[in-house]
Each structure stands twice: as C-alpha cells, then as structure tokens.
Design a protein around this ligand. Structure first.
Ligand code: KG4
Ligand code: ZN
Length: 367
C-alpha cells in the first residue's frame, strides 16, 4: 500500500454536500455545496429538502473536487463516506453514491463516524504529508462544538474514545441559532453573533452560569437560551431593542455560552492529565471561543505551578483546524480520518464490496 493513499471522501450528514480529495493528511481539495439558502426560510434544516439537494449536488461536487485536486478517478485508492451520525435521509444519499463509486472503480470503501471526523479535523494539513507527530500527544481532549453536537471526548489513542461530557439539551450552535432567530439576525446565527459581539459590551447583561453544582462534565444550553428569551422580552417591553443593545446583547450572550464551556473544560483539566486539546465543529471557527480555551489552558497551567503540583514542564498544546472550512461539515475531515484508519489497519482490513447502512445515532464511543 502507498504511504499516503489518495482518498475521495464524501459527507452528506446534514445540510451540506461535501466531497474532498485527500492524500495522507493533506487536503488536496475540499468542496462544499452549501444548502444554507434553501433552509434559511425554515430557520433550520428541513430533511426532505436536504435529501433532494444532496441528490442534485453530489455528482457535480465530486467532479469539482477531482478537478480542483488535479486527480482522476483512476488515481483514487479508497472511497470514504460518513455513515453517521446525522439525518437519515441525507446520510442515505452519500452512502449510496459512495457504494456505487467504490464498486465502479473497484476500491475499498471506508465508513466513517462524522464526529470522529470533527475530532481529527485539527490534524488536516494544507501542504505537508503526515507532518503532525501525534504519538506523544495522548491523552488528548477533543472538544466538538457544532450545530448538532457539543461534546468533550477523551482520546486515549486514535480510534479509542471516551465521551466525558455531552450536552443534555441543545447543542451550542443550536442555542446560538435559536437565540439569533429571536433577534431576527438570520440563519445560521453563530457567525453573525460573533461579528456583532466584537464591538459590543460583554458585561452589559449578566447571564447565569449553568450547572455549577453538578459534578459531571456535561453541558446545558437551554437555561442560557431561556434567560435570553426572557431578557429580550423584557427589553422589548421597556425601551425596545436598538442597535447598540442588540450588539451588547450578542456580546453578553456569547460570553455566557463560552464561559459555560470554559468552566466545564477547567473541571476536566483539573481531573485529567491532558497533553493536548483539539477543537472541532462549526462553532470552532469562532475566534472568541478559541481565545477562551487558550485562556483557560493558561490559567490552569499557572495554577498548577502556583500549587506546586506541576511535575513536568509539559505545556498543554492547543490545535484547531487550519481553516474555517474544516470546522464546518466537510469531506476533508472524513478523508483525513479514513487515512488514520488505513494507517492502523492497512488496506487488507477493508472490504471491496462493503454493504453499509446509515447509522443516524452512531456514537463515537461505539466505533
Ligand atoms: O459543524 P456545523 O457546520 O454543522 C453541524 O454539524 O452542526 O456547525 C454549524 C453550526 C451552526 O449552529 C452555526 O451557527 C455555528 O456552527 N457556527 C458558528 C460560527 N460559524 C458557524 N458559531 C459561532 N461562531 C462562528 N463563527
Ligand atoms: Zn458536524
């Protein structure tokens, strides 16, 4: 088997159709046919609309991905596809396409867990092959924060995952989108809130910090969401929400959301010996979230030294995807994950005629 196999990777887990070509952990192309405009009127993803759009987009997206990478189907060594979790009708389109393609080019098919894709997305490279030496990285804490998921995952090694905490209600991005809808900001609201928050006063409105009495590492965003709804109603009943208030509201609300994540992260860092933190998922492109995580790491390292508990000079390394495109749902993270599977199992571990079914609720600790 080649050292750095060329993989065509397909993700149709939710609303975007993505096809990527990867070589080792290098991204040759990563094409995303966005459906955002189609779902905007619904304020969320409408499954039957998503399925139809995937069907229409998948072939042209594949052609563009190959062209952009400068590759032909004959160059491909493996086909990788998201098997789950995700919306069943959406997953179905990508899986069927991948099965047919693998058969057509007579190459093995590698089914991939979408969350594992987000988890390993910080390992994707723009230029060099396999440059990241990860053997010394573990245990790693992965933070996956997206519109559908919010999880803390302990990576003991690649392929061996333990979910330390998960949201017990809304996902973080879902909460951002829902509150954005209350403010009529447009969909998806996460990046809009980020932009508005940049010039706002994060201390103008005092939001609660959830789950401080629970000992676990779970997250909960519904309390912040309800507080936001009540506050918006109150402001509207009084003077009404003007531009400055909206901006200050966004800054305060975003601060509350990320403070909650940082609070639970501190707890994990206190209880576990973590060498690296890897961030993934749509919300991972938020600069303020990254800043919050870096500050939490710094504070933790300082406290360790102050308490005399620092045994080694080991710093906690923070990695996030090198581009925003790798944070959102995309094929490249699926290709890179498939590459690490190939490395572990070598090519004989994959069947040439795999018949796989979608797994809409597939958890990362059940690989
Ligand atoms: O990973 P993703 O593309 O899809 C899911 O698997 O959910 O994540 C989409 C979510 C949306 O909720 C969107 O509002 C949020 O990620 N998002 C952001 C930013 N960019 C996307 N949230 C905060 N700041 C951003 N810059
Ligand atoms: Zn995702």
């Amino acid at each position: 088997m080649k050292n750095n196999p060329i993989i065509i990777a397909i993700d149709t887990s939710c609303d975007d159709t993505s096809v990527a070509i990867t070589q080792g952990n290098k991204v040759l192309s990563n094409i995303i046919a966005s459906q955002t405009e189609l779902h905007r009127p619904y304020g969320g993803v409408f499954p039957t609309v998503a399925k139809q759009a995937h069907k229409e987009n998948i072939d042209p997206t594949t052609q563009i991905a190959l062209k952009r990478a400068g590759k032909k189907l004959e160059d491909i060594d493996f086909v990788a596809v998201t098997q789950g979790p995700g919306l069943a009708p959406s997953l179905e389109v990508g899986i069927k396409f991948a099965l047919d393609l693998a058969k057509k080019i007579n190459k093995p098919l590698i089914p991939i867990n979408h969350i594992e894709g987000h988890v390993l997305s910080p390992l994707a490279k723009a230029k060099t092959f396999s440059e990241t030496k990860i053997e010394q990285s573990f245990p790693v804490l992965s933070i996956v924060i997206s519109g559908g998921h919010s999880q803390f995952i302990l990576i003991k090694e690649i392929g061996n995952y333990e979910i330390l905490g998960t949201t017990i209600d809304d996902a973080c991005g879902e909460c951002l989108d829902k509150v954005g809808r209350m403010l009529d900001l447009g969909y998806p609201a996460g990046p809009i809130i980020e932009k508005l928050a940049m010039t706002g006063d994060p201390n103008k409105y005092k939001f609660p910090l959830p789950m401080t009495t629970s000992k676990d590492y779970n997250l909960s965003f519904s309390g912040i969401k309800t507080f936001a709804r009540n506050l918006i109603e109150k402001i509207n009943q009084n003077e009404g929400m003007n531009k400055t208030q909206t901006i200050d509201f966004c800054a305060s609300f975003q601060k509350a959301v990320f403070r909650h994540i940082s609070y639970k992260l501190s707890k994990i860092l206190h209880d576990y010996e973590i060498r690296e933190i890897w961030l993934g998922g749509g919300v991972a492109s938020n600069i303020d979230l990254r800043k919050n995580i870096r500050q939490t790491i710094k504070k933790f390292e300082k406290n360790k030294v102050a308490n005399g508990t620092q045994q080694t000079n080991q710093k906690i390394i923070f990695r996030a995807p090198y581009t925003k495109k790798l944070c959102a749902d995309n094929g490249a993270m699926i290709g890179v994950t498939a590459f690490y599977k190939v490395l572990k199992r070598n090519s004989s571990g994959f069947t040439k005629e795999a018949s796989i079914d979608r797994k809409p609720n597939w958890k990362i600790d059940c690989l």
